[in-house]
Every structure is written in structure tokens, then in C-alpha cells.
Design a protein. Sequence first.
Length: 187
Amino acid sequence: MTGITFLIGGELEIGSAMPLMDHQLADISGKNITLANAKGDAGTLVIFSCNTCPWVIRWEDRYVTLANTYAPKGIGMIAVNSNAARFGSEDSLEEMVEHAKNNGYNFPYAQDPGSKLATAFGATKTPHIYLFNADDKLVYLGAIDDNAKNAKKVEVPFLANAIDALLAGKPINPQATKALGCSIKFN
């Protein structure tokens, strides 16, 4: 894992290289996908997510909005389900396909076999956000915004601000926020 820097808690540090870019993930399209496949020319957004976490359900409408806004500007996006302990039930690939369809997902949504990607990133929550620049270096991690309950009451859209700054070539501030959500259900 050369080029990956971990904090004491195991989470990637700002400036770290995107890990396991060639790790095969089972996508809802029926094909395998990797982070390298999901990359955008201007950057890549990786969201650790799932089907059932109440925090994901509150925030996931913003996933689609983010994809609509930033995919045309060169930001690749993928949602990754690392709840390997639940792949046989509510986080099965079949349930993921249905969940994505019901919520209008317009980006890849894939399973992480053995939760290897989540472990390499140090991701612990759903949703847990990681934004990488065009050089595959981590520039923002944490939460989508400051209001999971109501998109109309968001005061600070952390992730959108980070992407806007990235695209404008400006410093990102803050570079990290606290990820709020359910714990990833590792094997």
C-alpha cells in the first residue's frame, strides 16, 4: 500500500493517494468496476453508503444532485457499499439495484468485497465522503453538509464547497469534517 498515509485511527490523511484503485467492485450494472473506472478528469468523489442507514436515507437525495451538478464538470462519482456482513440480506446486490432505481441514482453503486476498500480508506460510517483531485490525492473527507435532516435548511454545504474550490483551483476549507452515520458492517 505504498503512498497511503493513515492517521492513528486508520483514516486516510489529506494529501494521501487514492488506495486500491484497481480493486474489483460488483456494480449494480451487473459489471465489475474499479475506482480507476469511476475517476473523473477533474476529480473523484467516493461515498461509502448502503441501503438502510437512516443517515444515508436522509442525505442520499443530495447524491443525485451532486452527480447532476458536478459530473458535467469532470467529477467522477461512485457510491460504495462495504456492509459485507449484510451482503446476504438488505445490502445484497439485488437490493442495491432496487434501492438505486427507487432513488434515481445516476452514478455507479457497487459492493466492496470483504470491505477491503473501506478498510484501506479508514471509512467507518455511512455516508462517509472522500474527495480526490485530478492527481488522485485526497482533498476533502467527512460529511456532505451540516444538515442531514433537511436539504433546504443546510447552512454549510461542506462537500459542494470543497468541489467548487477544487474546480476553481482554490484552497479547500475545511478539508475535513466529522462523518455522521451508521457504522459500516464489516465481516
